[in-house]
Design a binder for this molecule. Structure first.
Ligand SMILES: Nc1ncnc2c1ncn2[C@@H]1O[C@H](COP(=O)(O)OP(=O)(O)OP(=O)(O)O)[C@@H](O)[C@H]1O
Length: 687
């Protein structure tokens, strides 16, 4: 796939995306976190790219949100969903849902949302999600005790890019390799031509080394798992909490196999076992033998010195307790400084000296927890010529250190290789483990949204289906039953349900504060959510799959000539446009004086009616507009049941074919009733 073919992806972004392992598949997967692993692509941008890929796949040019107010409503819808996520990932991922005019896209998103709404948002799962985050790639670790070697320039370049963790050295012959063997603990030769090479040291010829990074640089895998330990543990906890709640995470992978109860994509015990063998810095943890060897190397000097003190103390004690007879000649040489005390020690205190040396050896072996064959080496540290204080043999210490360090490194390398081989099998499945946990957050947010606002999955019908349907039931426009807007300034529990259906161009009249604007908001929200494939806050809803939604909010006061002209031009463009539009306009009359407004609105409605657009114009001038229009304009009304204690009692569902009485008319009527008299009666007649 040409990445540049995705809307919104230019040459620079495409180049960044090409750094991903499988750019096309990643972009198509909609996995925002995976896309965001491309250099310089943050999650918000990744969501836009994923959305672009969806659009391209569905041949959807994305013009549904045609006005500022329509876009605002979409944001409000998205915010209601995003507020219900736990992870940043899910919040970003929800942005890939957008109102689409493509039947296939809506069907795809609806299928996802339908599964999501079946979920049971469990508090324990939510809690587990709190620490969940996408996996991240740790910075490249440098490994200095190992190198790659090749005689071939092309292989060199390949090796440098495939294994940036290791130095890649150029060699010409076996001598070069043998020299490398002296500088590095191990050398991996990449050229087949060196097979059978016999040089000293840990040198292996492995032409496949670049294809088996787990063996060549186990540190890479270890660093990855160490870096992501908490994320992996969190994802594992999410899977377990979901399973315990009886609503297991059904990952994409297992679902494909048709087995939604297949369990997590990774054996969690195995993952935890592997993680327990790994330290946070990517080294091996929890191996007693490695700890012993590491400790022995680290403590060697200190242990030698305390062992010597142990011997000294014993010897001092022994000397103190002994009467030593010194022969005259010895005494003489002592006095003359010629004789060494050592010979005296040797002769007079041989047994005590041997005992002291044994004590030193024992202490050293104990302190360093040496194995018998190591202890043999350690024995050589003490026991040279007798001296006081007792001296140690530095070259024996150094040999012991070399042996212990080599044993430690061998042990670490083996454990690293074993662990890397175990983790290698888990590398891909953990991607799915984490992705499924994060996707669950997306689903649970939709489930909570649906529950919080008593939602239903709407029917979104294309004009082609509408035509095929029997007679009057052809679907054009929208039909909402029991719609309750979550955007109102009252508690959702207090929102009164609204039934409203419109097909064609319609005026919506009604008393002040009757809920006309709120009705437009509800219609726009239901249509936008429906075309996003999301559940809508209504008992039932059927909407036409609109190509464009034009929603114009009420303008703040009369416009000056320039702004008025610009607005008229907007509507000029609007009525010139394609079929399949939903036009919602709130009190357009406020842009200019009432008489002119009525004529203008009537004209716009005529044009929209000609186009078979669906339109709802909220207006207080419904009567005047109807009179000015050349066609039979439908008028609906939000009716006041009357004034009760100065408060309006309103039936929030617009009544079809009904011009609602205005608030002034209601008040005049009330005065005529209460007070009687000619004045109020005459006034009332004028309405
Ligand atoms: N369905 C509803 N359930 C409960 N309260 C509602 C509902 N619809 C509207 N309201 C309340 O009525 C108030 C006024 O609603 P809205 O602004 O939609 O009326 P309006 O008819 O557009 O008013 P105006 O003619 O003044 O523009 C809202 O702020 C809200 O408090």
């Amino acid at each position: 796939m040409q990445l540049e073919a995705i809307p919104g992806v230019g040459a620079k972004t495409a180049a960044a995306l090409r750094e991903l392992d499988d750019p096309a598949a990643t972009v198509e997967s909609g996995d925002v976190a995976a896309i965001a692993r491309a250099p310089g692509v943050n999650e918000a941008r990744a969501a836009r790219i994923a959305r672009g890929a969806i659009r391209r796949r569905h041949g959807d040019d994305g013009r549904v949100l045609a006005t500022d107010r329509a876009r605002e409503l979409y944001r409000e819808a998205i915010d209601l969903l995003r507020e219900r996520t736990v992870t940043d990932y899910a919040a970003k991922r929800l942005e890939t849902f957008y109102p689409s005019a493509s039947a296939s896209r809506i069907a795809e998103a609806q299928a996802f949302a339908a599964d999501a709404t079946d979920r049971d948002p469990d508090p324990a799962v939510r809690e587990a999600l709190a620490d969940c985050a996408p996996l991240s790639d740790p910075p490249t670790v440098r490994v200095r005790d190992r190198c790659l070697a090749t005689a071939d320039a092309e292989t060199l370049a390949r090796a440098e890019s495939a294994v940036p963790e290791l130095s890649v050295e150029t060699v010409e012959d076996a001598r070069d390799i043998s020299e490398l063997g002296r500088s590095y603990a191990s050398v991996i030769v990449l050229d087949e031509s060196f097979a059978g090479l016999d040089v000293e040291g840990d040198v292996s010829v492995r032409p496949d080394a670049l294809e088996t990074p787990a063996e060549t640089v186990p540190e890479r895998l270890l660093a990855f798992f160490a870096e992501n330990r908490e994320r992996l543990e969190a994802a594992a906890a999410v899977h377990e909490a979901a399973a315990a709640a009886g609503d297991p995470v059904s990952g994409g992978d297992s679902a494909e196999e048709g087995d939604s109860d297949a369990g997590p994509p990774v054996d969690l015990d195995r993952l935890r076992d592997a993680l327990s063998r790994l330290d946070d810095d990517g080294t091996i943890a929890g191996d007693a033998e490695l700890d012993r060897l590491t400790g022995a190397v680290d403590d060697l000097d200190a242990a030698v010195s305390t062992a010597a003190s142990v011997a000294d103390d014993r010897l001092r004690e022994a000397i103190r307790e002994r009467d030593v007879t010194i022969e005259g000649t010895d005494f003489l040489s002592l006095v003359e400084q010629g004789a060494r005390v050592d010979s005296l020690l040797d002769r007079e205190l041989a047994d005590e000296y041997d005992a002291a040396v044994d004590a030193a050896r024992e202490h050293l072996a104990d302190a360093l927890r040496l194995e018998p064959e190591e202890a043999e080496l350690a024995d050589r540290v003490f026991g040279g010529d007798p001296s006081f204080p007792v001296e140690h043999d530095e070259s024996a210490v150094s040999r012991l250190r070399t042996e212990l360090s080599a044993a430690r490194d061998r042990r670490a390398a083996k454990l690293k290789a074993d662990l890397a081989s175990d983790l290698g099998d888990l590398r891909e499945p953990v991607e799915a483990l984490v992705r499924d946990a994060l996707e669950l957050d997306v689903e649970l947010a939709i489930a909570r949204f649906a529950r919080d606002f008593d939602c239903t999955i709407p029917e979104v019908v294309g004009p082609e289906r509408g035509d095929a349907e029997a007679g009057g039931d052809a679907v054009a426009g929208f039909r909402i039953e029991g719609g309750r807007s979550p955007l109102l300034d009252v508690d959702f529990a207090d929102v009164e349900p609204v039934d409203y259906a419109v097909s064609g161009a319609t005026l919506l009249s009604g008393v002040n504060s009757g809920g006309k604007t709120s009705t437009l908001d509800l219609v726009a929200l239901v249509v936008v959510l429906a075309q996003m494939g999301m559940p809508v806050p209504a008992e039932s809803a059927t909407v036409e799959r609109f190509e464009e939604v034009h929603y114009y909010a009420k303008s703040q006061g009369t416009l000056d000539a320039g702004a008025f002209e610009a607005t008229l031009r907007d509507f000029g463009d609007l009525v010139d446009g394609a079929d399949g539009r939903l036009v919602l306009v709130d009190e357009l009359e406020s842009i200019t004086e009432p008489g002119a407004s009525a004529k203008i609105i009537a004209g716009i409605l005529e044009a929209l009616d000609d186009q078979d657009a669906t339109a709802v114009f909220v207006s207080h001038l419904a009567r005047e507009i109807r009179d000015a229009a050349d066609f039979e304009v439908a008028v609906d009304g939000i009716e006041a049941a009357g004034l009760v204690d100065g408060e309006l009692r309103v039936n929030r569902s617009p009544k079809k074919g009904h011009l609602a009485r205005s608030t002034p008319e209601l008040i005049v009527e009330k005065l005529a009733d209460d007070r009687g008299g000619e004045f109020y009666g005459d006034l009332l007649e004028k309405f």
